[in-house]
Design a protein around this ligand. Structure first.
Ligand SMILES: [Zn+2]
Length: 359
């Protein structure tokens, strides 16, 4: 079948060749797709054309402004102009952002070959039938490698204040709304509101500089978020988010930190000792303790390889402040009382962590 098709192509070498691709699970008959666009030397294929070709299905969720893909591991999400594939609470980096072109959300070869094989558990056959775009220049290996190389290391001075500066990242912004509740509340707005209040409290109480990666409703690149944390005097980096779950009952705060370093654990094992907790873990524990004392439920501290946390040893915690899928918790998250309580607990946790570092 495929052979026949190539034969026809071969026999008609002077016919104008329009952009088209063949996609399939490896070993199966390829599906021929012609609604294909070329942009920035990439081929963009509509995601709802590609999914059936590899045995998946999905739909555009106009409320969450993302495309939901049904997989055996649960729902996977991609959003226009977002650099991540989200599966449950894990974020997987994308080489190319999905784009809306001609009314359809479209993905590139990299997504089809890499992410769809992750989602199907099978390897994917992809062939670009337009020879003009087959030679993709290997110039900029995109920002992702630079992103990975971006090390956030604590630059502790020998003397000076316990806490020199704090960086806060209000998650999402602009077109990237984050979670949108059933009632239409956008996560990006909650994150910004809480970040502003926390920044104000820290400035007033501690008199130190606070670096916000955004102070309004606009889109921020992953690099820009990391840059706010990369200031010379930053001793703590907090990322503020809110999440959603399938069930409306799920509630509470979850704290994410980078995976505890394997290298450190090996050294500790060799010495017959337990590896000391990373500073991020210590910070997360202080935050959790302060929140528990304030009556705020903390579900756990989870070491996670989510890319948004960057790399290095800068004490960093991503605070998932609550579940917007829980109407009661959402209402609390929007109330000034609860916001102040949350901010006060975060402030206390930060302060105790700083005192701990001094000892
Ligand atoms: Zn978020």
């Amino acid at each position: 079948m495929r052979f026949l098709f190539f034969l026809i192509l071969f026999l008609l070498p002077f016919q104008p060749v329009f952009a088209a691709v063949d996609v399939a699970l490896r070993g199966q008959n390829p599906v021929h797709l012609e609604d294909v666009y070329q942009q920035d030397s990439n081929i963009y294929v509509a995601v709802d054309d590609v999914l059936p070709a590899v045995g998946l299905s999905g739909y555009w969720d106009s409320i969450a402004h993302s495309f939901r893909i049904k997989t055996s591991r649960g729902w996977a999400l991609i959003s226009p102009a977002s650099s991540y594939l989200k599966i449950a609470d894990n974020f997987y980096p994308l080489q190319d952002k999905p784009r809306f072109i001609d009314g359809r959300l479209r993905v590139t070869e990299s997504f089809i070959v890499n992410q769809l094989s992750l989602l199907t558990g099978r390897s994917i056959y992809f062939r670009n039938l337009d020879p003009d775009t087959n030679t993709k220049p290997e110039d900029d290996k995109n920002g992702l490698e630079q992103f990975f190389a971006f090390l956030l290391n604590k630059k502790t001075p020998s003397s000076g204040p316990l806490l020199r500066a704090v960086a806060i990242d209000p998650g999402h912004g602009g077109l990237d709304t984050g979670v949108v509740s059933a009632s239409g509340v956008k996560e990006k707005e909650l994150n910004l509101e809480l970040a502003g209040k926390l920044a104000k409290k820290l400035k007033m109480r501690l008199g130190i500089p606070i670096y916000l990666s955004r102070d309004g409703d606009y889109e921020v690149t992953a690099e820009q978020r990391l840059q706010a944390a990369a200031h010379e005097d930053v001793d703590i980096w907090l990322l503020l988010h809110a999440q959603s779950a399938f069930g409306a009952e799920t509630q509470g705060v979850t704290l994410f930190i980078r995976p505890e370093g394997e290298g450190r654990q090996q050294v500790a094992q060799a010495e017959g000792a337990v590896a000391p907790a990373s500073e991020s873990m210590q910070l997360a524990r202080e935050l959790a303790k302060a929140m528990n004392e304030a009556g705020i439920e903390v579900l756990g501290i989870i070491p996670s390889s989510r890319l948004s946390l960057g790399q290095g040893n800068l004490p960093t915690v991503q605070v998932e402040m609550g579940f917007m899928s829980n109407p009661g918790e959402l209402e609390k998250l929007q109330s000034a009382d609860y916001q102040n309580q949350l901010v006060q607990a975060l402030y206390q946790g930060i302060q105790r962590f700083a005192q701990l570092s001094e000892e």
